[in-house]
Design a protein around this ligand. Structure first.
Ligand code: HAM
Length: 422
C-alpha cells in the first residue's frame, strides 16, 4: 500500500474553513500598523545561522535548543528563522536604511520556526505579526509606549480582551551587567537546590533562571527581593517616562521586575502580554528595546524597539467566532439539466466579470444534491436555471438566508446584480 504522508510534527495545515479567522487578523493588523505609520517588510524565511546566534544569544533556548538548521554542504550554515527581529536588523543594515530615513517603522507577518516539543500553543512552525522601529530617532519613551499600545490595540481589535500586560526595564548594557552580578550573588546560596538544568543556566546566563518554569527555581526566585536598584538614574527616569506615556494612552499594565525575556538582545523596556486561560504557553506576544543590536551586528549605532504577537495563540485565546464562519461566495449557480449548463456557465462568468464572487455545480445532478452543494458553499443566493426558466427567459434567485425566492429576466444582468448586492 502507498505510504500516506502527514504534516511534520509541530506544524499544521490551515484549512479553508479556518482561513477567514486568519485573514480577519491579518487584515486588522495591516490596517492598524498603517494607522501607526508602519510599512511592511518581507525577509527570507532562512538566514545564516550565525545571525541568530549572535542576535538572540548562544545561551538562549531558541538558539541553544530550538534552532532548525538546514542540512547542506555550504560552508556557512543556514537556519530557518526562529523570529523576525534579527532578520529585519540584518536587512536594515544591508540596505542602509539609516541613510535613507531617520526612523524606520517596519511591520511584518509570517512563519517562524523553532524545534520545540509541540504542545497546545507551542508549534514548530508558527506565525507572528511583528513591528520593529529602528533608527537614530528611535529613542523616545513615547515610542516605547506607542509600541506597547500598538500591540495591545491589535489584540483588542482581534477580539482578545482577557490578557495582562507586564512591563519592566532592564536598563542599559551596564545596568544589565550590574543586575546579572547582583542576581548571581543572591542566587549563590541556593544553587545546589536548583535543578541541573537551572544550575547550568546559573553558570551560563543567570537571567535564564528567572525564566525557569521549574518549581524549585520559582520558589527561590519568589523569595528574592528584586527591585529596580540595578538601574542607573537615567534608566530609571526613562522607565518612569514610559509609564507616564502609557498612563496617558490609558494602557493598563503591571510592573514586573522579574520579567527579563529569553533573548539576549534586550535593553531598557521589555514587556510581555499573557492570557491565563491558555495554560502554560500563555504569552500572546512580547517585545522590548534592543538599542545595541544594530551596532553589534556591524550596523550604525542606532536605537530600536519592537514586538511580535503569535497568531496561533491569539486564535486560541479568542476562540470560535461566528462572524468568521461565513462563506465568501455571494451566489451559487445551479444548472438543472445538462442542456442548461452552457447558459448557466455564461451567466456565471458574466457575474464574475462584474466582481460578484460566485461558483457553479459542475455536475448537473438532482436538484436536491445541487441545493445541498449550494448550502455547503455558504453562498447567500442560489441561482437556478432549468428548462422551465430557459423557456420563460428567467432565472430563479433563491435567498438561502431568508428562504424566499424570485424570478428575474435572464438578460437583465443589472437587475440580477441589484438583488445579489442588496
Ligand atoms: P518571543 O517572545 O520569542 O519574541 O515570541 C513572540 C511571540 O511569538 C510569543 O509571545 C508567542 O505568542 C509566539 N511564539 C513564540 N514561540 C512560539 C511557538 N513555538 N509556538 C507558537 N507561538 C509561539 C520574539 O520572537 C521577539 N522577536 C519579539 C520582539 C520583536 N522583540 C523585539 N522585537
Amino acid at each position: 500500500m502507498a505510504k500516506k504522508f502527514s504534516v511534520p510534527r509541530g506544524t499544521t495545515d490551515i484549512l479553508p474553513t479556518e482561513i477567514l479567522a486568519w485573514q480577519d487578523i491579518e487584515e486588522k493588523a495591516r490596517k492598524l500598523s498603517k494607522i501607526y505609520g508602519f510599512r511592511e517588510i518581507r525577509t527570507p524565511i532562512y538566514e545564516e545561522s550565525a545571525l541568530f546566534k549572535r542576535s538572540l544569544g548562544q545561551t538562549s533556548d531558541v538558539v541553544n535548543k530550538q534552532l532548525l538548521e538546514l542540512a547542506g554542504d555550504q560552508k556557512e550554515g543556514f537556519a530557518l528563522r526562529p523570529e523576525g527581529t534579527a532578520s529585519i536588523v540584518r536587512s536594515y543594515i544591508e540596505n542602509g536604511l539609516d541613510r535613507k530615513e531617520s526612523i524606520s517603522k517596519l511591520f511584518y507577518m509570517g512563519s517562524m520556526f523553532r524545534g520545540e516539543r509541540p504542545q497546545k500553543g507551542r508549534l514548530r512552525e508558527f506565525h507572528q505579526i511583528g513591528a520593529e522601529v529602528i533608527g537614530p530617532s528611535a529613542k523616545s519613551p513615547y515610542l516605547d509606549a506607542e509600541i506597547i499600545a500598538l500591540a495591545v490595540n491589535m489584540l483588542k481589535s482581534f477580539g482578545a480582551n482577557d490578557f495582562v500586560l507586564k512591563i519592566n526595564s532592564l536598563g542599559s548594557a551596564e545596568d544589565k551587567t550590574n543586575f546579572s552580578k547582583w542576581l548571581r550573588e543572591q542566587l549563590k546560596p541556593f544553587v545546589s537546590e536548583l535543578s541541573e538544568n537551572d544550575q547550568g543556566r546559573y553558570e551560563r546566563n543567570v537571567f535564564r533562571v528567572l525564566d525557569s518554569k521549574d518549581e524549585k527555581a520559582q520558589k527561590v526566585i519568589a523569595s528574592l527581593d528584586i527591585g529596580y536598584d540595578h538601574l542607573c538614574s537615567e534608566s530609571k527616569a526613562y522607565f518612569d517616562q514610559v509609564k507616564s506615556a502609557l498612563d496617558q494612552l490609558k494602557v493598563e499594565y503591571v510592573e514586573d521586575p522579574k520579567l527579563v525575556r529569553g533573548l539576549d538582545y534586550y535593553t531598557d523596556t521589555v514587556f510581555e502580554i499573557s492570557c491565563s486561560s491558555l495554560g502554560s504557553q500563555d504569552a500572546l506576544g512580547a517585545g522590548g528595546r534592543y538599542n545595541n543590536l544594530v551596532d553589534q551586528l556591524g550596523g550604525p549605532k542606532v536605537d530600536a524597539i519592537g514586538f511580535a504577537l503569535g497568531i496561533e495563540r491569539i486564535l486560541l485565546a479568542i476562540g470560535d467566532r461566528e462572524d468568521t464562519k461565513e462563506g465568501s461566495l455571494l451566489c451559487y449557480v445551479i444548472a438543472m439539466e445538462e442542456e442548461c449548463f452552457p447558459r448557466a456557465f455564461e451567466l456565471l462568468n458574466t457575474l464574475r466579470e462584474k466582481q460578484i464572487p460566485c461558483d457553479i455545480c459542475y455536475k448537473t445532478s438532482s436538484m436536491k444534491n445541487q441545493m445541498k452543494a449550494a448550502n455547503k458553499s455558504l453562498a447567500r443566493f442560489a441561482m437556478i436555471l432549468g428548462k422551465d426558466e430557459m423557456q420563460k427567459g428567467i432565472v430563479t434567485l433563491k435567498d438561502m438566508k431568508e428562504g424566499n425566492q424570485q424570478e428575474i429576466e435572464i438578460d437583465k444582468i443589472d437587475n440580477i446584480i441589484k438583488v445579489l448586492r442588496n
